[in-house]
Design a protein around this ligand. Sequence first.
Ligand code: BEZ
Length: 256
Amino acid sequence: MMVMAGKLTWDAELYEARHGFVWELGAGLVDLLDPKPGERILDLGCGPGQLTNTIAGRGAAVMGLDSSPAMIGQARQNFPELSFILEDAAAMEFDEPFDAVFSNAALHWMLDAEGVARAITRVLRRGGRFVAELGGKRNIRTIVTAIEDTVARYAAGAIPLARTYFPALGEYSALLEGCGLEVRTAQLFDRPTALEGTDGMANWIRQFKWYYFEGLPAQQRKQALEETVDELRPALYRDGQWIADYRRLRVMAVKE
Ligand code: BEZ
């Protein structure tokens, strides 16, 4: 992941090759969504489209939306028969309302959480549901702390502004309620997440947190990454397996 003109850009190939757990672990969220044949469903932050395709497989008329050109390009290549649109969530407008808005592991990248919640309400029909999972409060705290420690050692002041939003349960529920969504269930839980291979943590950081290292001179980045991985090993590497300290916030809400 890189930052260009203040916007995160995604490496869709690394994402598909090494981080398939994102949609594999999202399958349970599709069960909570419980898509019905013929329902009109929006997959918000669809990435390369695997869960959009799972929802389509249940017979729903689904559309995937993402603000990353790389992800939308990959989704169209993966599933040419499905509809994908490149758009910022907060700006989305549709002629026809949706029966449900679904989102897995995407909302924490959308910093205008209120604008996005308003947009979700806008595009749902009355009685339509919002089913989502995102990083919750203290998500990946061990990893972020190690990255910030390392980056600060190299260049105090190079820590970038937060680029993720991990709300507490009450905070996010109140935000949704303030935007016209009635929260029916909300759950915050630890979900330790296995990463693939002995280089799993380095790959994860390259994919999701590389923007921290972009503030350092190019010749220091590899060394800084290695030091971060070494710092994390005692806490997050067990029996040959990297485990990321994910915490999820899962919500189901209905448009009033
Ligand atoms: C996640 O919780 O899915 C996540 C958050 C930040 C970076 C990568 C993944």
